[in-house]
Design a binder for this molecule. Structure first.
Ligand SMILES: Cc1ncc(COP(=O)(O)O)c(C=O)c1O
Length: 367
């Protein structure tokens, strides 16, 4: 009998206190809360994909090894297909990494404030979470992190770069030093690059078969395919082989694999989107900096973290009243009074800026 007395079985003890993932999905005019691409995939891609879908036989399971997709990704990233692991969104990649390298009796190190799902998936997989802190500039101090890794002796180390929610990009030197520190204690360094295409540096080129480094990426952001659910890791071949043992067989559907391959044929379109969003990011950041009472943090992602120096929750609500949804971080340690806004289309960004000015006045946060 469950503790609720409802006659239902009780979940695992350590899951009872776990909170689910709470990012409200509201039906509003301007949705700038989950860092998706504001643009749908190109029509040419949709035409190719739907034609390819019709040519497939769905009475058969999909290619379990996702060979064509891994080969195409490997070619694009100048890495062998054996170093590519694909799953249903990078969250599933992270979960598979933790099922394989975390678990009961094992520890993962995170640098807060960072992407909440790293800790959440640790808890779901019964991996102990050890929280370390980023510096005042939200960068990881490599010397401090090396010392922490040596003393905590984690099994997995998470580095999110560009970091969600701050936008901070770690330099190559930090990644290399942390990979060396991870190697010294037998840990795997996971660099989450969900926003990697928007930044100047990517750790993908640092992946080799003898460095304990896995870099995770997604089709959800620049590739405009959040609805398809496709992500991947670039990791040492032996790590990929372990992940393949753990992940469910046939987990990646035929439509997903096809979408992943065909999208890569639209590289120029995707590069143009990145350039457009980076330009808009600059315009948005400049406009935000001119609003009294608002500060922004440097970002290498498709979102901007802003501090409103007042009741951010009230500002968030006033924005929702105006049909604009952003992400409220006001209850998170270190990012109190902060909101995170995804870079949208120029029209969406203008609507957000106008609504923000009104919201700040209405809530008395700035005149
Ligand atoms: C840092 C980070 N990693 C991973 C993800 C998950 O992306 P996916 O849609 O590929 O599961 C997100 C999504 O917002 C993210 O912000």
């Amino acid at each position: 009998m469950s503790a609720d007395g409802a006659g239902l079985p009780a979940p695992r003890d350590d899951l009872r206190a776990l909170d689910g993932y709470h990012s409200p999905q509201l039906d509003v005019r301007v949705r700038l809360n989950t860092n998706e691409s504001p643009y749908p995939p190109p029509d040419a891609f949709l035409d190719e994909w739907t034609a390819a879908l019709r040519a497939e036989g769905y009475h058969r399971y999909p290619d379990r090894a996702a060979s064509a997709l891994r080969a195409a990704l490997g070619e694009r990233l100048h890495q062998p297909a054996a170093r590519i692991f694909c799953a249903n969104g990078s969250n599933e990649v992270l979960q598979t990494l933790l099922l394989t390298y975390g678990g009961p009796g094992r520890r993962a190190l995170v640098f807060e404030p960072t992407y909440a799902l790293h800790s959440h998936i640790c808890r779901v997989t019964a991996t102990e979470v050890v929280e370390s802190e980023r510096g005042d500039d939200f960068l990881i101090d490599p010397a401090a992190a090396e010392a922490t890794i040596a003393s905590v002796r984690p099994h997995v180390v998470f580095v999110c770069s560009p970091n969600n929610p701050t936008g901070t990009v770690e330099p190559a030197e930090t990644v290399t030093r942390l990979a060396n520190a991870a190697a010294d204690v037998g840990a795997l360094l996971v660099v989450d690059e969900a926003y990697g295409e928007f930044a100047d540096f990517s750790a993908v080129d640092l992946v080799t078969d003898d460095r304990p480094l896995a870099v995770t990426r997604t089709y959800s952001k620049v590739w405009s395919l959040a609805g398809v659910r496709l992500g991947f890791a670039v990791a040492p071949g032996p790590v990929v082989a372990e992940l393949e043992k753990v992940v469910l067989p046939y987990h990646l559907s035929v439509p997903t694999q096809l979408a992943g391959v065909l999208a890569l044929g639209h590289q120029a379109d995707m590069a143009a989107r990145v350039a457009r969003l980076v330009e808009e990011r600059g315009r948005l950041t400049t406009a935000l900096a001119e609003i009294p009472g608002v500060t922004t943090f440097p970002t290498g992602a498709n979102f901007v973290l802003l501090r409103v120096h007042g009741d951010a929750r009230a500002v968030w609500k006033a924005l929702v009243d105006r049909g604009v949804l952003v992400r409220d971080f006001s209850r998170w340690p270190r990012v109190e009074e902060c909101l995170r806004v995804t870079v949208g289309t120029p029209e969406e960004n203008d609507a957000f800026l106008a609504a923000l000015r009104e919201a700040l006045t209405e809530t008395g946060v700035s005149a």
